[in-house]
Design a protein around this ligand. Structure first.
Ligand SMILES: NC(=O)c1ccc[n+]([C@@H]2O[C@H](COP(=O)([O-])OP(=O)(O)OC[C@H]3O[C@@H](n4cnc5c(N)ncnc54)[C@H](OP(=O)(O)O)[C@@H]3O)[C@@H](O)[C@H]2O)c1
Length: 431
């Protein structure tokens, strides 16, 4: 394991992160437990990955956890609510929260929300950026917010197949750690002849070559595997690449790859629905109750297989870049207001920071209530269908939507559309 990296706030962060993107919900608890066993101490998550609660079940106090605020939470209120929800789902304060993509005209407010979460709510220890170009950063800098609270990292896609050297140098010169995501190009990079030859030369694996390339560039490398053997392989120390290897790898970025990256960058900034659908991340009350927690004594749900299952390489850059989320949808409407901080000042406006709690209730939705870090705000897991208690009209009337959903689920009834049905009833009553 390489030594930790020094951040611009004087604290340290482990240099290799375990990435949680595309770790399936029902595997996240096991994967995080396996990753901790393998030696990972840094976990890179996000609201968009839709597995924070499950990952949180295995995280220990010593683990570093990063969350990110998705593009649909692009107002101050929605961004704050997303961080609060991540914190509630994790059951602990967050080591780092990032603006996931610099949404034009909105990302400064999203960053302002993160400053609020750190400085006022104190639920996040550090804040940072993801997918920012030099231009995006300059726009943020003009707001004055980075003088109030400097981002400690910018997480961007970096590998020998997408090496934007000027961008990496720009942020490193500003003492902002560059975190490299997709270091293996989701497995596709392992098939490259240059990478294979270098791996053979050093008797290491292709994945180890690609990870070492990032570490030698002074990057924090975020790598994902759901397989315990590959998790350990990706952490394995070895001597390293020589100058010839580095030059050969540096030359692998093509114009096509850069053009594909640019198209993906524009698409994401234009807005993509989250796994929860278009619009802001739902508040906890609207979320179905969690599956029952596995007993700590229970055997691992998925014991390590004897043989390592094969990888399916991803053929093209853009094909790999998309999430299993619904089709792109427009970014949530309304708030077209840009930076509210005068570029000549470094102060955050009073309305953004002075009031306790969530200062500006969103016109679009209720906010996540202030919840203590470890409190479990949702109802107990739904009982097994056979043990479902009797429901009478009086009980039903007193139930929250989440409890009602749990009760229906316990009876094997479909709860989809429940909210819409309730809203329709409410509208009827008002009319
Ligand atoms: N900020 C952003 O916008 C953003 C975007 C994308 C990703 N990220 C972060 O960066 C992390 C890593 O990126 P990524 O998950 O997209 O891609 P990646 O780490 O480049 O690739 C993951 C893929 O490679 C396979 N793999 C892992 N280790 C391997 C090995 N030793 N040998 C062969 N195959 C191996 C994995 O399969 P198995 O699981 O089967 O081993 C998985 O399919 C993410 O999980 C996420 O945390 C951030």
């Amino acid at each position: 394991m390489p030594p930790p990296m020094l951040l611009n706030d004087g604290t340290e962060m482990p240099q290799i992160a375990y990435g949680l993107y595309q770790v399936k919900k029902d595997e996240a608890t096991r994967c995080v437990a396996d990753a901790i066993k393998a030696g990972y101490a840094h976990f890179d998550g996000a609201a968009f990955y839709d597995n924070e609660r499950e990952a949180g079940r295995s995280l220990t106090e010593e683990c570093w956890y990063t969350t990110k605020v998705w593009t649909t939470d692009s107002t101050f209120e929605d961004a704050v609510a997303s961080v609060k929800r991540s914190r509630s789902e994790l059951g602990r304060d967050l080591d780092l929260a990032l603006v996931h993509w610099p949404v034009p005209g909105k990302h400064v407010d999203m960053y302002r929300a993160l400053v609020h979460c750190k400085e006022e709510l104190k639920i996040v220890k550090r804040i940072g950026l993801s997918n920012y170009t030099e231009d995006d950063y300059e726009e943020l800098e003009k707001s004055g917010l980075v003088k109030v609270c400097r981002p400690v990292v910018n997480q961007i896609e970096v590998s020998p197949f997408l090496y934007r050297k000027e961008c990496v140098d720009y942020f490193q010169e500003k003492h902002i750690v560059v975190q490299a995501f997709k270091p293996l190009q989701r497995g596709a990079a392992l098939q490259n002849d240059t990478v294979k030859a270098i791996a053979r030369k050093h008797s290491v694996t292709e994945a180890q070559v690609l990870i070492k390339w990032g570490l030698q560039k002074g990057l924090c490398v975020c790598v994902k595997s759901s397989n315990a053997t590959r998790m350990a392989e990706n952490l394995k120390e070895w001597w390293g690449l020589d100058m010839d290897d580095v030059s050969a790898l540096d030359a692998l970025t093509t114009e096509e790859a850069l053009a594909a990256w640019r198209a993906h960058y524009e698409k994401r900034r234009a807005g993509t629905a989250g796994p929860w659908g278009p619009g802001p991340r739902p508040i906890l009350e609207d979320v179905a109750p969690p599956a029952p927690e596995p007993s700590p004594d229970a055997p691992s749900p998925s014991p390590e297989p004897a043989a390592v299952p094969p990888i399916e390489p991803v053929p093209a850059y853009e094909a790999a870049a998309d999430a299993p989320a619904p089709e792109p949808a427009a970014v949530a409407d309304a708030d077209t207001e840009t930076c509210r901080v005068d570029s000549s000042t470094v102060e955050i406006p009073a309305q953004a920071l002075e009031e306790p709690g969530d200062p500006r209730p969103s016109p679009k939705r209720a906010r996540v209530d202030e919840a203590p870090a470890v409190a479990e705000p949702e109802p107990a897991p739904a009982p097994a269908p056979t043990a479902a208690p009797e429901l009478d009209a009086a009980t039903v009337k007193k139930m929250t939507v989440a409890k009602l959903r749990a009760a229906l689920a316990a009876r094997g009834l479909d709860t989809k559309g429940l909210k819409a049905a309730l809203q329709a009833r409410l509208l009827e009553a008002i009319a």
